[in-house]
Every structure is written in C-alpha cells, then in structure tokens.
Design a protein around this ligand. Structure first.
Ligand code: S3P
Length: 437
C-alpha cells in the first residue's frame, strides 16, 4: 500500500537545509571503490533505495561493503578489476537504471563469468539495447527479453576489444557503461555523444588513476586506455542538485520564500537548471564556491522571484537538466506566458513517461498543458485548486507534486508519495521544516 500525504496550500518556505548526497556520484563511488586496489573512504553517500541497490549488487559480486548507516562515512575494500566473483544469486537493481546500465558495462568484460540482472516493474520496461548494442560491438554477449531490449538481462562475460562508439543518445549511463567495459578491453575505447551528458564517471575514473583522455570541448570524445590499475580514494559526495532543484523552484515560485541549500554539487554538466532560472528571472545567489574531490560545490540561496518569465528548453541543454524537467514543468505553470519543452523524448523512458505523467497529474490542479511527441507546451498564469494526485511510483513526480500542492488553493493529497525514497529519503521532513504558515 502506498503512503498518501496531505498538503495544505499556501504558506511560504524559509530556512537553511542540506540536501542528501548526489545519486550519480554515490553509485559511481561504490562501483569504482569496488574495482580499485586498496580502500576507498566514502562520505556524504546518498542513503536511499537506488544507491543501496548498487551496494547490494556489489556485495553479491564479492565486494566487502559494510552495512551502510545514514550520514556515516564508510570504507570499501576494493577487489581489483579481476577480483569480482561470479555471483550465486541474481543481481536485483530495483528501480535503478544507473545500477543496471553501469553494471552491464562493468560485467560484460568479466571473462568466463555469467550474471543475471533484474529490476522492478518500471525498470523492466526501460530500454537496455542502448547499452547492450555498443557492448556487443566490443565483443560483449548480453541477452534480454524483448529482443535484447529489456530486463532481465543476462551477461556472459567475455574478453572485449576496444572500439570507437558513437552513442545515439546523450546518456551518462550509456557512456559510463562503455567506459567501464573499456577498462579491461584490448586496445583503447572511444565514446562520442550527440551532446555532453554528466561527466562524473570521467572525473572519478581520473581521480582513481585511470588513463582517460577527453578530446574536444563541445562534441567531446572520451577515450579510455586500458591497463592502469585503479587505486582506492577518499570521496566526499556533494549534495545532489537534482534534489536541491525542488527547493530552488519552490522558493522561486512561492511568495515570500527565502531558502538556502548548503553544499550543492555544481558540476557544469548538471547546472542547466540555473540557466533556465536565469531566463525565468529567478532571484538566486551562489556563495562558498569550492572544489572538493574534483567536483565544484557551493551554497545556493533562492528568494521569491519578482516576476517569472516563460522559458524554452531545447537542444544541447537537455542532458544538463534531464532530471529537472518535472519540477521545471511545475515552474512553467506559474510563469507569465507560454513555456515550451522540446527535444525531450528521453523523458518518456525514465522511471515513468514523465511527459505524460506530469501533464496528466498537473492538469488535475487546473494546469494548461499540451503534450507533444517530444515535449510539453505549458500555458502559465495557472490557478491551481487542491486535488488528488498520484506519483505513479516516480520519485521526481512525487516531489514535484508536493511543490505544486503548496501553490494550490485548499488541500491536496499525493498518492504513493513514498516514491521519493528512491533519491531523497528525508524529503517530507525537509518540507515540514521549511514550510511556514
Ligand atoms: C544518470 C544519468 C541520467 C539521469 C539519471 C542518472 C547517471 O540518465 O537521468 O537519473 O547517474 O548516469 P541517462 O544517462 O539515461 O540520461
């Protein structure tokens, strides 16, 4: 049974918080720590369902990962790239696309060992061919349901050969899978994406001592040369800008708000939302900028905007704000004019079809949204009336609907609100802390 939450509209947001650790970096810290030689110390890890799925898979692959306790740093004893065991059990990736896709890349080159990857109902419907196809080009043997496209996925480990891969989608999960496979391929592996996706894997591989080269700035060509042993590191994970974005938008659109979010990751491949907030005319300031463990971070203060201009999202910015589209759709409902989200077909293959689900749910409040094949057209100046809405099991939808409910007149109920645990376990507590009446 899902957990229903009631939110009364009105009030304002005020206070200082710290959002949980970055989800993408948390997954990668476990994976690279596991395949490095020596110990990796991880602090700021995101204690939520998705990264915990990666932890449980890595344990089944023979890596000693202690019980992870929220807010407590922990150490992993790496087993080296060749040290991963053939597991007795299937590897359950839960709801986590990052776990499944990165593991496909990591395991494809474990010659002589076999692996079975499964996921929940949502993950089992998401496209996996985008990962298995390039890995097959490298000599990988991966099989799946629906003609290889869907989980359960079977990986028969093989000796891989490096090659040049042009990915059809700008996806950090696809790119990372290929780079992980390239670590033990014979010869170098080169990845070219149609637009730059988040680069946490490249940064962390470099920090662990991998021989990785980034050629070009816009059409980046990422080359991994095998043969270098990875060495355990200390990793300090910053707050997740994708989690912070709920408060950044909430504070911008809810009258009289003033919120500071400390220690937020500001990797430029993730900050597309700031560009859109600039074009909306949002009132925000970033202070305490520094670089920690190869990732830029800072504190973000956001105050209610005087006026909210409509915006257009299209083209190369998409990968830089891919997870922020649900909350930006909420923002668009309160801008003065028509906003458009284009080139966003990828949203249809996330945890849910986020274009369809956001349009369907926000219309219940009274939003005017037109769904297009690759995006949304949103007529701003909406007046939201409290209603019953449903996360449809999607974490980012659940949290976006919470922000929308505060903007509604009267009270709203969010069904299956617990979906937020996938990426932001303390979300509802933080909301209670920030929301003043
Ligand atoms: C992620 C990449 C993105 C993002 C997801 C996490 C990652 O997916 O939506 O939440 O950690 O690599 P795609 O790479 O499929 O765009």
């Amino acid at each position: 049974m899902g957990k229903n939450r009631e939110i009364k509209g009105g009030g304002y947001l005020q206070g200082i918080i710290k959002v949980p650790g970055d989800k993408s970096i948390s997954h990668r810290s476990l994976i690279l720590g596991s395949i490095a030689k020596g110990e990796t110390l991880i602090s700021g890890f995101l204690y939520s369902e998705d990264p915990l799925s990666t932890a449980s898979c890595m344990r089944k692959l023979g890596v000693e990962i202690p019980e992870i306790i929220k807010d407590k740093p922990f150490k992993i004893k790496g087993v080296g790239l060749e040290g991963l065991k053939e597991p007795l059990e299937i590897l359950d990736c839960g709801n986590s696309g990052t776990t499944m896709r990165l593991l496909m890349g990591l395991l494809a080159g474990r010659n002589g060992k076999s692996f079975i990857l499964i996921g929940d109902e949502s993950l089992s419907e998401r496209p996996m061919g985008r990962v298995s196809k390039p890995l097959q080009l490298m000599g990988g043997q991966l099989f799946g349901r629906a003609n290889g496209e869907k989980a359960p996925i079977t990986v028969i480990g093989k000796n891989l050969k490096g090659c040049l891969v042009g990915t059809p989608v700008a996806s950090a999960q696809v790119k990372s899978a290929i780079l992980l496979a390239g670590l033990t391929a014979s010869g170098s592996t080169s990845v070219i994406e149609p637009a730059s996706s988040r680069d946490h894997t490249e940064r962390m591989l470099k920090a662990f001592g991998a021989n990785i080269e980034i050629r070009g700035e816009f059409r980046r060509n990422i080359v991994i040369h095998p043969g270098k042993e990875l060495i355990g590191q200390e990793i300090l994970i910053p707050g997740d800008i994708s989690s912070a974005s709920f408060w950044m938008i909430a504070a911008s659109i809810i009258p009289n708000s003033d919120v500071t979010i400390n220690n937020v990751g500001l990797n430029p491949t993730r900050t597309g939302i700031l560009n859109i907030m600039d074009s909306m005319g949002c009132d925000y300031k970033i202070t305490n900028k520094k670089v920690i463990a190869g990732e830029p971070i800072g504190d973000i203060n956001v105050k209610t905007a005087n006026r909210l201009n409509p915006f257009i999202i299209e083209g190369d910015i998409l990968p830089r704000l891919i997870d922020e589209i649900p909350i930006l759709t909420v923002a668009a409902c309160f801008c003065e004019g028509i906003s458009e989200i284009k080139d966003a077909k990828e949203l249809r293959v996330k945890e849910t079809d986020r274009l369809k689900v956001m349009a369907r749910q926000l219309k219940r409040f009274g939003a005017e949204i037109n769904e297009k094949e690759d995006g949304l057209v949103i007529n701003g100046n909406s007046k939201f009336i409290g209603t019953e809405v449903d996360s449809e099991t999607d974490h980012r939808v659940s949290m976006s609907l919470a922000v929308a409910s505060i903007m509604a007149e009267g009270s709203s109920t969010i069904f299956r609100s617990e979906a937020s645990n996938v990426s932001y376990p303390g979300f509802w507590e933080d909301l209670t802390k920030l929301l003043k009446k």
